[in-house]
Design a protein around this ligand. Structure first.
Ligand code: HEM
Ligand code: HEM
Length: 164
């Protein structure tokens, strides 16, 4: 049991949570009508989840694992950092196309829950990408906390958006 718990700790539960969201979204999309607007939403989601998994890597590094492993993960994390800014910005571009297609298909109807949760998610993603670029140019503790909190908020909003 103790061993098992350690293994889960090593991988960080966030890897499993993110994988769960990805599988749920794939299932949801494959059981519905797949329009081009949905495809753009799905691409946006994949790029968001890819970037969000950085949080899982960071949690793993901070957890109770050997120093050797920490260094290994930290180096891996450094190696993929240069594409983090492009994948994050790409997510925003896909979602802008997703939203434009959705709005031209359905119009602007504020009683539509899917549209509302989508709009909130879209605004959060925009702020997340802006704080990401600020963090890239000049990092401070406050901007680091804001970038991470927006990531958490978007994770929750995206869940709402794809479930309901
Ligand atoms: C981070 C932002 C977003 C992500 C990751 C995302 C992702 C998705 C995904 C994967 C779907 C298909 C899910 C399903 O079939 O239930 C979907 C559907 C939808 N999204 Fe988004 N979306 C985002 C932002 C937005 C925005 C900004 C809007 C509003 C303009 C929006 C409006 C909608 C609507 C109305 C649907 C339902 C479409 C239909 O049933 O044909 N989404 N979204
Ligand atoms: C989908 C959008 C994005 C998500 C979900 C996201 C998520 C994250 C997460 C979870 C971290 C680790 C936070 C921590 O524990 O401190 C991080 C770090 C960071 N992000 Fe983003 N991010 C996104 C977009 C961007 C963009 C567009 C940039 C632009 C340059 C950016 C720049 C950074 C930088 C510089 C770091 C610090 C990396 C490090 O210290 O290793 N992010 N991001």
């Amino acid at each position: 049991m103790e061993n098992m718990r350690k293994k889960v700790n090593i991988l960080s539960k966030w890897f499993f949570i993110n994988l769960g969201v990805l599988l749920f979204a794939l299932w949801k999309i494959s059981t519905g009508h797949v329009g081009i607007h949905i495809l753009f939403g799905a691409f946006g989601l994949f790029f968001f989840l890819y970037n969000w998994t950085r949080h899982a890597v960071f949690s793993t590094i901070r957890s109770n694992i050997s120093r050797k492993r920490k260094i290994k993960y930290a180096n891996l994390s450094k190696k993929v950092l240069p594409i983090h800014k492009y994948t994050g910005s790409a997510a925003l571009i896909f979602i802008i196309v997703h939203a434009s297609l959705v709005l031209s298909l359905f119009g602007f109807e504020l009683t539509n829950f899917k549209l509302l949760s989508g709009l909130l998610a879209g605004i959060t993603l925009l702020l997340l990408v802006i704080t990401g670029w600020i963090r890239w140019l000049k990092t401070t503790y406050t901007i680091r906390v804001i970038h991470l909190s927006l990531g958490f908020t978007l994770f929750a909003l995206v869940l709402l958006h794809i479930i309901f």
